[in-house]
Each structure stands twice: as C-alpha cells, then as structure tokens.
Design a protein around this ligand. Structure first.
Ligand SMILES: CNc1nc2cc(C(=O)NN)ccc2[nH]1
Ligand SMILES: [Zn+2]
Length: 373
C-alpha cells in the first residue's frame, strides 16, 4: 500500500515505455487503457466483468455524475467506488470537455462555464474550484484539471487564447485541489496542432507541477495523421518521469501508434459504444456482426480471443442477437471489445519489456485486413 501516487518506468523500447502507477487502490500497469464508466457504470458490464477483461482503472465522467445522481448524493453514499462496486483506481475527467460537447446554451467566461443540462434543462456552472470539489466528493483517485478543449478546426489565435485560459484554470485547479495524500492531480496540455503553443502549455504545467500530464485537445476531428504528427513531439514536451495520458483515444491502431510515441494511458468510449452497435474489434480487423455474411458462420469472432463471447458463442449467434437487439448482444460484444483492448495493452507491455515492440507492431499491422472480416 502507498499513501502517494508514484510512477515507475520498468522498460523502454524506442519511445515506447512500460511501467506501473502505484495508487492507494492498487497498481496501474502501463501502457494502460481505461474503460469509460460514464454514469457510474461501464455500459453493459458488471464491474467484476470489467476486472476480468484486465482493466486496472476506470474513467468516470464529472459532467454526467454532477447532473445525475449529483456528486453530493454519491458522497453521502460513501463515494463512487462503493457506489458502483469498483475497488480499483478511478480517474475522473473534469467535465470541461463534455460541457462543451453535451451541455446546452453554454456561456464561457474567465471564471468558468454556465450551461443547461442535456437531461432536464436545469442550469449549472462549472469552474476549476467546483470541478475539484465534485471530483473530491466522488472520491476520485486521479483528478483532472478543469480546462477548455477548443473544437477544431480553429484558428491559431483561438487556440492560443483557449490554451492560455486553460493554463490559468490549471493553476486554480491545483490551488483548489490542495495537498491530498493518496490522490493525484493531472494537468492537461492544450495548444491544438501548434508545436510552439503545446510547448508553452507544457512549460506552464511543469511550472505549476502535477502528478501526471494529459495530452488534451486531440481526437477532435483532426484525423490520425495529424494526431500522430502532434504525438511525434507532444509527449517529449512533458516531464519524462510522470505518466502521459492521451485523452479520448481511440481505435486499436490509434492506440498502438500513440504507445509507440511515448503515451502511457488512454481512454475511449469506442470499444464499449461500438460493442452496443454490433461492431467488434479483432486481431484481423473490424467485424460488423449485423452484416448478413455472418448469419450462418459457426466460427467465433476471434479464434485467438479467450473472452466469453469468443469462447462460447458463434458469429451466427452474435449476428442473431445483435440483429434482434437482445440485451446479451451488447453485453457480449462490449465484453469482447474491452477484452481485446486489454489484450492489446498486455501485448504491448510485454513487447516493450522484451525489446521486441517493433516486431510486435509489424505483426499487429500485417494481420489486419481492410473491411469487414
Ligand atoms: C474522443 N475525443 C476526445 N478528445 C478529447 C479531449 C479532451 C480534452 O482535451 N479535455 N481537456 C477530453 C476528452 C476527449 N475525447
Ligand atoms: Zn473475444
């Protein structure tokens, strides 16, 4: 057990790194993928099933939980871990990104954001201080600074102004967070696709001092090539001895490319959300199980996968229950996707530790066919 968050690098291979983040609720093996538990649940999954996929840490969304059931109610009930029956580490985002993507009638000013709930239209306000209070009420192990993530495309001036505001909010977040042994606060780098603005942001965050550093403002429509161009320099702008967390990423090949560029943590709704729509990620590429071609196929989704969907069910069955919109379809496909994502992370951790990451990447890419497999 430890009363501080700490990060230990075990090995590197090129720019890729593998290590562990020690938290009071257990270790996080990096590179790590965090399933998204938006409204205190990873949709379609029991917590013990999420654990069985190999996940060490979950992500919770401040925006959703502050609206329903509210952070105060979760605090009165003992905090998010007990509430959702997850005893491992939880990272919560600050609400900043989702207010801008989900909130209605938003009004942004120097102090914070006022918005209306997308659920019932009620009026709410988020500031760095309120975001820290909410994440503390939830009992989050890793807290994210409250920042602004500008929608792309945006001109350089807009991105610079937004980044500078986010750096002022990062300072206020750190002040409001205070000194909370056993809890971590991560800063978030902004600056769009501008290398100099990202450097300014990284330097500002380093001067304030954080337990970890996120790369924000990506996966917002720029495309994989532009994201990788940014990741060719952004991780190296951040302190080498702290975790680097790329927010909102991504498809399997996005994740592999990000790890190859030095990213340690990622989160994305894709594996769970697409599982509910019948899209499965496999070692050979994407399977859209609702496609008629799978109706009579007795094979598993992925013959090399040990998850319940691949161990006990045929593509024909998954096709049937997905087409029929049976609950078990979303459950099994989500379980498979999250299991596959964790297998990817475990494979990369092992390859980096063995110094064979280049060969691992070559096999990863060689096996992926285009289109529905
Ligand atoms: C799905 N793409 C995606 N990009 C994100 C960026 C941020 C961010 O910059 N927060 N401050 C957060 C979540 C994101 N999700
Ligand atoms: Zn599977």
């Amino acid at each position: 057990m430890t009363d501080r968050i700490s990060f230990h690098l075990d090995a590197t291979d090129g720019k890729a790194r593998t290590g562990k983040i020690q938290t009071t609720r257990g270790a996080i093996r990096t590179p790590a993928f965090m399933p998204v538990g938006t409204a205190a649940t990873v949709k379609g999954m029991m917590p013990e099933s999420v654990r069985a996929t190999g996940a060490d840490i979950l992500l919770g969304n401040t925006y959703h939980l502050m609206l329903r059931p509210t952070a105060e109610r979760i605090a009165r009930l003992g905090g998010l871990h007990g509430f959702m029956n997850w005893d491992g580490p939880i990272l919560t985002d600050s609400g900043g990104f989702q207010v801008m993507s989900l909130g209605a009638l938003r009004k942004l000013d120097e102090d914070g954001v006022t918005f209306k709930s997308h659920i019932d239209g009620s009026k709410h306000r988020l500031t760095p201080e309120r975001s820290m209070e909410i994440q503390a009420l939830l009992g989050s192990d890793i807290v994210m600074c409250f920042d602004e993530c500008p929608a792309l495309p945006a001109d350089r001036d807009r991105i610079a102004t937004s980044m500078e505001l986010s750096m002022r909010w990062a300072k206020r977040s750190k002040t409001a967070f205070g000194d909370r042994p056993g809890h971590a606060l991560f800063g978030i780098q902004q600056g769009g696709l501008e290398q100099d603005l990202r450097a300014q942001s990284a330097d500002a965050l380093r001067d304030i001092g954080f337990d970890g550093y996120a790369i924000g403002g990506l996966a917002v429509g720029e495309g994989q090539a532009a994201m990788f161009d940014c990741l060719d320099y952004a991780p190296d702008q951040l302190p080498v001895d702290r975790p680097r967390y790329l927010m909102g990423v991504g498809k399997p090949d996005d994740i592999v490319g990000a790890v190859a560029r030095g990213v340690d943590m990622m989160d994305c709704v894709l594996p769970s959300r697409s599982g509910r729509t019948g899209q499965a990620f496999t070692r050979r590429g994407v399977v859209n199980i609702r496609n008629a071609r799978h109706a009579d196929d007795p094979r598993p989704l992925d013959a090399e996968c040990a998850c319940p969907a691949c161990s006990s069910y045929s593509r024909a069955y998954l096709h049937h229950v997905s087409r029929s919109k049976e609950m078990i379809a979303g459950m099994l496909l989500t379980w498979h996707n999250l299991h596959y994502y964790q297998d990817l992370m475990a494979g990369m951790r092992g390859a980096i530790a063995a110094g064979t990451f280049d060969a691992w990447q070559a096999v990863f890419h060689a096996r992926r066919a285009e289109g529905d497999v």
